[in-house]
Write a protein that binds this ligand. Structure first.
Ligand SMILES: [Zn+2]
Length: 126
C-alpha cells in the first residue's frame, strides 16, 4: 500500500478528475476550432502568405493538442491506479512516491529516485 491517508487520496483523486475534465474540454474545443479553420480555409482562396500562416498556426495548435492528449493519457493512467489500489506507488520500483511529490504532481508515475534516473538516462542519449 502507498500508506496515504484516505482524505489525502480523495483530494488527489478529485484534483486529477478535475484536470481530466478540463483537458477534455480543451481538447474538444481545440478540435472544433481546427475544424472551423479548415473549413474557412476551404471557403476562401487565401493568399499564399495567409495560407502559410494558417498552416503554421495549425501546426502549433496540433502540437499543443498532442501535448494535451499525452497529458490526458498520463492523468487517466494515474486515475486507473486508484482502481487497483496502486496509486501513489512508483510504476518502476513499487515504492511509495511520497505525499509531497504527489501534492506537487498528482499524476506522477515514478518515485523521485526513478524519475531522476530516467531523466539522467534520457539526457545521456546523444
Ligand atoms: Zn521508483
Amino acid at each position: 500500500m502507498n500508506g496515504l491517508p484516505q482524505d489525502q487520496l480523495q483530494r488527489l483523486r478529485d484534483e486529477l478528475e478535475q484536470r481530466k475534465l478540463a483537458l477534455q474540454e480543451q481538447i474538444d474545443s481545440e478540435a472544433a476550432e481546427a475544424d472551423a479553420r479548415a473549413s474557412l480555409l476551404n471557403e476562401i482562396e487565401a493568399s499564399p502568405a495567409d495560407n502559410a500562416s494558417v498552416r503554421t498556426l495549425n501546426a502549433l495548435v496540433s502540437e499543443a493538442a498532442e501535448h494535451n492528449m499525452a497529458q490526458l493519457a498520463i492523468i487517466k493512467h494515474a486515475l486507473a491506479k486508484f482502481a487497483d489500489g496502486s496509486y501513489g506507488l512508483c510504476d518502476n520500483c513499487g515504492e511509495a512516491i511520497g505525499l509531497s511529490r504527489l501534492n506537487a504532481r498528482p499524476e506522477a508515475r515514478l518515485c523521485i529516485d526513478c524519475q531522476t534516473r530516467l531523466e539522467k538516462s534520457l539526457r545521456s542519449v546523444p
